[in-house]
Design a protein around this ligand. Structure first.
Ligand code: TXA
Ligand code: MG
Length: 324
């Protein structure tokens, strides 16, 4: 049985550090989604993450740090990278930066690349890393290819028979994963839209961010989270729906009804008031709930593409992509 410990319990932080010191993964809340965390310097611990998730191959992981000193021990910051870290950390921005000589992030966490993805999370996750004293590698705490978890219960449902400890910090504030940005000197490339809108990063950088097109699967700079089919619910997803089909579950946006909704198996709304932040925070939970109704399909209304809408539409497109 998986143990679930609330982060508000006084003993939780130390209990988690004990498990991490043994080289075992722990599911932890972050402001984006729940992560499956383990010592980023320990190959056995990292291998345990891949095993629990059932990742088909060794995709690189994000290393999470508690402060700039820890980050600078492992990767190199160009002046622009340092400015972006200053502007957005702690928070949902991941920077892909060159590895530093003498750094301790294990090649299993970087998949042997000469860069590492690094992020400083908010709140409890950051306290845990500070207490542990080393970076934590953490992908989203779901079985490979499934919808990312935004509650401890989601994690327990998906990985409960494969891991020993889930820390419960309630619902994730942001609800979609971090924005991943490659920073090569002054060159900025978007590897994954996410919790910080690209427009905001461009403003802080005073520069335009390149958006690489679809890439070959073995391109080293590509984020494998960009593989087409991902976040897959069991039911088939239909995007930009304006009308409901019999037996479908409906996911609205902005309180706008779809035609023929009275036939629907269930009706939900990402944000009745049309707030993209609320929609991002609800996205994965509603996908799971719609799936759990046993509907033949899920019809999703269109969501605006600006701000957090870019990340929402990215995740919806993956969830709707043909399965291999
Ligand atoms: O919000 C998040 O980012 C969450 C929480 C737990 O922090 N984590 C997360 O991790 O979404 P994951 O493993 O699901 O996605 C990490 C992405 C992958 O698509 C991976 O390919 C990319 O980061 N990545 C990691 N290292 C990279 C590198 N050196 N170069 C390019 N992409 C990299
Ligand atoms: Mg993931």
């Amino acid at each position: 049985m998986v143990r679930i410990l609330p982060i508000s319990d006084p003993g939780t932080l130390d209990a988690a550090i004990d498990v991490l010191r043994r080289g075992e993964p722990v599911a932890i809340p972050t402001e984006t989604v729940y992560g499956l965390a383990a010592d980023a310097t320990d190959p056995t611990a990292i291998a345990a993450i891949y095993e629990a998730k059932g990742r088909p191959r060794f995709n690189p992981l994000i290393s999470h740090v508690s402060d700039m000193e820890m980050a600078r021990a492992h990767v190199m910051f160009s002046p622009l990278a340092a400015r972006l870290a200053e502007a957005f950390w702690p928070g949902p921005l991941t920077l892909v930066l060159p590895l530093k000589e003498g750094g301790m992030i294990h090649p299993l966490a970087t998949a042997g690349l000469n860069t590492a993805a690094v992020r400083m999370p908010e709140g409890f996750a950051r306290d845990l890393i500070a207490g542990f004293g080393r970076p934590l590698a953490a992908p989203s705490a779901n079985r490979s290819g499934r919808v990312s978890p935004t509650t401890a219960q989601h994690v327990a449902d998906d990985l409960g028979d494969r891991i020993g400890l889930v820390l419960d910090g309630g619902r994730c504030r942001v609800g979609v994963e971090s924005t991943i940005l490659s920073v090569d000197g002054t060159r900025l490339r978007l590897l994954r839209p996410g919790g910080i809108p690209v427009e905001l990063i461009e403003q802080a950088a005073g520069a335009v961010i390149e958006r690489p097109g679809p890439q070959a699967e073995d391109d080293p700079v590509m984020a494998p989270g960009m593989l087409a089919s991902h976040y897959a619910p069991d039911a088939l997803l239909r995007l930009n729906a304006t009308e409901a089909r019999p037996g479908e579950a409906i996911i609205r946006f902005g309180g706008i009804a779809l035609k023929g909704e009275d036939q629907a198996k269930a009706i939900m709304d990402l944000s009745p008031s049309g707030d993209l932040r609320e929609a991002a925070a609800n996205l994965f939970d509603l996908l799971k709930r719609a799936d759990a109704t046993g509907a033949t399909g899920i019809a999703v209304a269109s969501v605006p593409g600006h701000g957090l809408g870019e990340a929402i539409n990215d995740r919806l497109a993956r969830a709707a992509a043909p399965r291999s």
